[in-house]
Design a protein around this ligand. Sequence first.
Ligand SMILES: Nc1ncnc2c1ncn2[C@@H]1O[C@H](COP(=O)(O)OP(=O)(O)O)[C@@H](O)[C@H]1O
Ligand SMILES: [Mg+2]
Length: 315
Amino acid sequence: MKLNVAVQMDPIARINIRGDSTFALLLEAQRRGHGLSYYTPDKLSMLGDKLVAPVQLLTVRDEPGNHFTLGEPRRESLTAFDVILLRQDPPFDLAYITSTHFLERIHPKTLVVNDPASVRNAPEKLFVMNFPQLMPPTLISRDLQEINAFRDTHGAVVMKPLHGFGGAGVFRVMPQDMNFGSLYDMFSVTFREPWVIQRFLPEVKQGDKRIIMVDGEFAGAVNRVPAADDLRSNMVRGGAARATELTAREREICATVGPALRERGLLFVGLDVIDGNLTEINVTSPTGIQEVRRFGGADIAALIWDAIEKIRKVR
Ligand SMILES: Nc1ncnc2c1ncn2[C@@H]1O[C@H](COP(=O)(O)OP(=O)(O)O)[C@@H](O)[C@H]1O
Ligand SMILES: [Mg+2]
C-alpha cells in the first residue's frame, strides 16, 4: 500500500541529517515507495472549513550537503493526503497550539502523527504528572510560599520552565542557595505560567535515558550523559549518547505509560528517565531514532511506518 504523505516541519535545509529523527522517517517512507510532500508551519492556512498549504514534492537523499530536492509549490487541500507527519519543533507556544487546532479538523480521516488534539492536551511536563508514582517529587507553581515549602521538604531542587525544551533555563538550586531569590524574580518576570520545581537527582551524572515508544510499545533507548560541567543531558547541550539497556524499573515505566499513549494516538513518543524516575513525556517532535540505531538498536523509523501503515489499513 502506497501512501500520500505530507510533512509539516521546520526548514529542511537546516537539519543535520546524521541526527535528525524526521529525516530518518522521511528516508524510510521514500524507501517504501510512499509519496512525500513538504511544507513549513508558517504556510498552513485555514480557508473556511478547509486547510490549505503550498506543498512541494520532496525527494530525500542520505548525502550531507545534498540531502533534498523540492518541487514547485502547488496549493493543495490537506485532506488530499493519507498521512501528515506533524514534526514541527518546539517552542510549544500559541503558534504551535494553533497548528494543532488546524490539523485537528482533518484527523483522523487524514491520519496526523502524532494526534494533534492529544499533542495539545499533553504538554511534556504536564502530561507526565498523570504518573506521579513514576516521577521524582515535583511541584508546578509560581507561588513563593509553596516553592519554599517544597524546598524545605526536598532540599536541592531543579527549577525549569514548564514549556521549556532542549535544556534551556534549567537550574539546580541548593538548600540555602544565595541565587534563589534572584532566580525566583527572574522566572517570575520571564514566564506568565507556573514553572517546574523538582527534586534534584544527583544520579543525572550517569545520564538521562531517552526511551522511545512506538504506538505504546517500547522500541529503543539511548542514554545521554551530560558534559562534566553541565547539569543538562540534552544532546544540543553537549550531552553524549551512549548505548544502554532497560532496567526492570524502566520496563515497568513503559508498561504503565504505554496504554495511555496508544489511547491518545501518540504514536511516536520519547520518555525521559533519570535513575528510574520519569521526568518528561515528549510528544511534540521527539528525537533519538538515529542514536538508537547507531548503537545497534531497532530501526525505529521502520517500526513507526509499520504502525502507520497498519492504522491506515484497518481504517
Ligand atoms: N530533577 C532533575 N534532577 C537532575 N537533573 C535534571 C532534573 N530535571 C532535569 N535535569 C537535567 O536537565 C535536562 C533537561 O531537563 P528536562 O526536564 O528534560 O527539560 P527539557 O525539556 O529542556 O529537555 C535533563 O536532561 C537533565 O540532564
Ligand atoms: Mg528533556
